[in-house]
Design a protein around this ligand. Structure first.
Ligand code: FDA
Length: 394
């Protein structure tokens, strides 16, 4: 069968790939998208509890992890959260801000996938689903994939988080094949597992509370949650991206703990610590922490030093995760194709003309809260514009 010619072949019909394809197509390039999944944008569909937290109004480079913290600046500033929001509004998709600048569809994440597919249609993009990538050929400045040929190839196959959704590490195989460096991938935005030393806390699954979670000098103030296996909730997922094995996680369970314990000693002197904490925290958490603190006297008989020790635990509950729940539960993959190998303006590989990498496949990882999709959109547009420019000048 004769090979079909395109200006670009985009590997992956996720957020980044569809955005790049639509952008390039609408700017005049002939684009083919290939994906092994039976439908496009599967992660978009399950995101944000089915409502897709599609961006964050506060997006800036400081909301991303990367070996090069400057890399994301160019793409994020050229296609911003406001640009994406304008696109959403042009498509008549109703949205709302939930909290902390996080924007969600009022209706369904399916609207975002439909919008991206409509944008691809407008750009004349061909989307081939249920199609394995197979062998990639590269000769005479052309890439060959699945019976198609193009001067540009875009790696937009994401990372290996949630393999049961069809996620794979193929982006890293392709990067290695073309000599692009990798920053060791790791699960991020992922729950922690706790060991036997913290069995008392695993015994209160489902207990959620506002907390400040800290790993090293990074901290996030949001909800935390104990689970059968360990620790989850937004504050925990956020710090997990900064965690390396062996690191301790500390949780501020109660703000102003010392002054609140002193107040409790004044107001309820005959009470035990457990009863005082139950007025400030969920009952099961109060019980577990009181047992951990081990202060068995009535509060009236507790010394200042006793209260200071208790406040120390409540201000920085020290936990030693045994690990994370891994790629099976990780919302994203941190690390990936090294930004050192790519142009921050175009996402093109410095040493392989025509090869681009975008989205989660790249070593740029956003916080929880719509940042990862914004990176998919921004990096996708950067590559899409560059591909169209390449096609025009070819
Ligand atoms: P993405 O993974 O979306 O797309 C890659 C595509 O490549 C897929 O279509 C896949 O089928 C295809 N592919 C992979 N391997 C292949 C192979 N070997 N051959 C052919 N095709 C292959 N972010 C956010 O900002 N807001 C949110 O609300 C959420 N919510 C959320 C919930 C859950 C449960 C998860 C797992 C993740 C999120 N995220 C999120 C993160 C967000 O989904 C993620 O960062 C983006 O989808 C990344 O977009 P990409 O296009 O880079 O990869």
């Amino acid at each position: 069968m004769a090979e079909r010619d395109y200006d670009a072949i985009v590997l992956g019909a996720g957020g980044a790939g569809l955005m790049a394809a639509a952008t390039a197509g609408q700017a005049g390039a002939r684009v083919l998208v290939i994906d092994h999944a039976e439908k496009p944008g599967k992660k978009i569909l399950i995101s944000g509890g089915g409502r897709c937290n599609f961006t964050n109004t506060g997006t800036g480079p400081e909301n991303f992890l990367s070996e090069n913290p400057h890399f994301a600046k160019s793409a994020l500033s050229r296609y911003t959260q406001w640009d994406f929001l304008a696109l959403v509004e042009r498509h008549g998709i109703a949205w709302h801000e939930k909290t902390l600048g996080q924007l969600f569809c009022d209706g369904s994440a399916r609207q975002i996938v439909a919008m991206l597919m409509e944008e691809c249609r407008k750009g004349g993009v061909e989307v081939r689903l249920s199609t394995p990538i197979g062998e990639i050929g590269h000769a005479d400045g052309r890439f060959r994939v699945a019976g198609a040929r193009a001067a540009a190839l875009v790696i937009a196959t994401g990372g290996p988080s949630i393999p049961k959704m069809g996620a794979t590490g193929v982006a890293y195989d392709i990067a290695r094949r073309f000599g692009l460096g990798l920053v060791t991938p790791r699960p991020a935005l992922v729950p922690f597992t706790l060991g036997e030393g913290d069995a008392d806390l695993k015994a209160i699954p489902g207990v959620a509370f506002p907390a400040v979670a800290r790993v090293g000098n990074v901290s996030f103030e949001e909800a935390a949650l104990f689970t059968h296996r360990g620790l989850s909730g937004p504050a925990i997922l956020q710090v997990s991206s900064y965690w390396t094995p062996g690191d301790e996680v500390s949780l501020r369970v109660l703000p102003d703990a010392l002054s609140r314990l002193r107040e409790a000693r004044r107001e309820m002197p005959r009470a035990q610590l457990k009863a005082a904490l139950a007025r400030l925290l969920p009952a099961r958490l109060a019980e577990a922490l009181a047992a951990r603190i081990g202060l068995s006297r009535e509060l009236a008989n507790a010394s200042d030093a006793d209260l200071e020790a208790a406040a120390g635990v409540l201000s920085a509950l020290r936990l030693a995760p045994t690990g994370t729940e891994g790629y099976a539960k990780a919302e994203v993959t941190a690390g990936g194709i090294s930004t050192a190998a790519l142009s921050s303006r175009t996402m093109e590989a410095r040493d392989v003309p025509g090869l681009y990498a975008i989205g989660e496949a790249v070593d740029v990882t956003g916080w929880l809260g719509g940042y990862n999709f914004q990176w998919a959109w921004s990096s996708g547009v950067a590559a899409g514009l560059a591909i169209a420019e390449r096609a025009r000048t070819a």
